[in-house]
Design a protein around this ligand. Structure first.
Ligand SMILES: Nc1ncnc2c1ncn2[C@@H]1O[C@H](COP(=O)(O)OP(=O)(O)OP(=O)(O)O)[C@@H](O)[C@H]1O
Length: 313
């Protein structure tokens, strides 16, 4: 099936000469939740801003459901909703007036029933006549979401949805995002919270220094780049790893009371049987063992640290 969003050779150099995006190619599938991860300044907001028509690209092409975002701006923009990081307008407006305005902005006719549903879903109905400046931070966040949903977008961008929100709102938001996806909306979110990507995303893209260094199904990413660790609790502590074992991916932990062996999830042979046999031969006994898998967070940190080279290799 044709992707709902197709990004080709996208680049952005700001007037300062700073190159914030370099040759980004990305297809977003219909109906998926895509999480874009990257450290501060990686280019996430720049990418979203280009697709939403807020920033002009220096090179490349973006097509949203068949509509070029530059040549066919109105049609493309009407398909897209954006929940930005901060509310920048309308402090003196009521909640109702601001969502009503957002509905009309992209040519949608006034549909009070839809607006009521959006506000009820976001627990904002009681506040519909309140001025935005009188709302709490969490409620203002909900207003941002309501504004983005007012024109029934097919593609929804959430820029750092969890930044500065409490646990309850975060979980409500996840619930809402899943509900939207079930009804056919495609969701692209940027996040610093790996937990959020791990919880929500079907696919994950990692961006660093303006380059998309990896795009992968979440499950595949975790399988491909994940490592497993086997921890052996020793009967007697070791002062150092014996010379004979120095070539193995072994580390001492817990003040010499534990040996940690790291292996690739994908490797044909883990080497565990050999390790255990050799430890036995050397009289290194253990009283307990357990294994653990690396989290998405471990994978992300190593990706960003090691950069593009190793991932592509
Ligand atoms: N208007 C601008 N002029 C010059 N440089 C800019 C401009 N806007 C952003 N940048 C730079 O481009 C880079 C990418 O910024 P961007 O906001 O896209 O990052 P981000 O990944 O969203 O970061 P964060 O996670 O901190 O929000 C940063 O180095 C930033 O300083």
């Amino acid at each position: 099936m044709q992707p709902i969003l197709s990004i080709r050779n996208l680049g952005k150099t700001y007037a300062s000469g700073f190159q914030a995006l370099k040759d980004v190619d990305l297809d977003i599938h219909r109906g998926e939740i895509f999480a874009l991860l990257g450290p501060n300044g990686a280019g996430k907001t720049t990418l979203i801003s280009i697709v939403c028509g807020i920033v002009t690209a220096s090179q490349g092409k973006v097509v949203a459901d068949g509509h070029d975002i530059v040549r066919d701006f109105r049609a493309a923009r009407s398909l897209i909703g954006l929940v930005p990081q901060e509310l920048s307008t309308d402090a003196f407006e009521t909640v109702w007036a601001t969502v009503r305005f957002s509905q009309g902005l992209y040519g949608k006719p006034y549909d009070p029933a839809h607006l009521e549903k959006v506000l009820r879903d976001l627990s904002l109905w009681d506040k519909k006549d309140s001025k935005i400046m009188t709302l709490s931070g969490g409620m203002k966040r909900r207003v941002l979401i309501a504004k983005a949903l007012a024109h029934e977008p097919r593609i929804l961008f959430l820029d750092e949805p969890s930044a500065g929100v409490d646990v309850e709102l975060r979980h409500d938001m996840w619930q809402m995002v899943r509900g939207l996806r079930e009804r056919g909306t495609t969701i692209i979110l940027t996040t610093h919270y790996i937990e959020e990507a791990e919880e929500m995303a079907d696919r994950i893209g990692v961006i660093n220094h303006g380059e998309l260094i990896v795009v992968e199904d979440k499950a595949t990413l975790m399988r491909k780049l994940g490592k497993k660790q086997l921890t052996l609790q020793l009967q007697a502590p070791l002062a150092a790893i014996p010379e004979e074992f120095s070539a193995l991916p072994l580390e001492l932990a817990d003040e010499g009371n534990a040996l940690v062996y790291t292996f690739d999830v994908q490797a044909a042979e883990t080497g565990i049987a050999t390790l255990l046999r050799r430890l036995g031969e050397h009289g290194i006994d253990f009283k307990d063992l357990h294994s653990s898998e690396s989290s998405l967070e471990d994978i992300f940190v190593s990706l960003v640290r090691d950069g593009a080279r190793e991932v592509r290799a």
